[in-house]
Design a binder for this molecule. Structure first.
Ligand SMILES: [Zn+2]
Length: 92
């Protein structure tokens, strides 16, 4: 009884360091590896205890690597990227 209580408590404390909303805010920066050490720590602690955010993070990582792969494969010249960006700016 005592053991299971303290285990529940530990898990609760682990998750309570960061909630899902906070974890999701950091999600994209986490995929890019742009978190501060403290953010990274809290984020990793959260996804270790939260399967929902964990799978979302894995999914985001997968998407990111697919995009990166496509960009490398496409090998767009910088001038083209610039003109596309300019086009987007004027559209907005
Ligand atoms: Zn979560």
């Amino acid at each position: 009884m005592e053991v299971s209580f303290s285990r529940t408590r530990n898990t609760y404390e682990l998750i309570s360091t960061m909630n899902c909303t906070q974890a999701r805010t950091l999600m994209s920066a986490a995929v890019d590896g742009e978190l501060t050490l403290k953010e990274q720590e809290g984020f990793e602690q959260h996804i270790a205890g939260c399967s929902t955010c964990f799978s979302e993070f894995k999914e985001a990582q997968k998407t990111k690597s697919i995009i990166r792969e496509k960009i490398i494969r496409f090998k767009a010249p910088q001038s083209l990227i610039n003109s596309v960006l300019k086009l987007t700016e004027t559209t907005f």
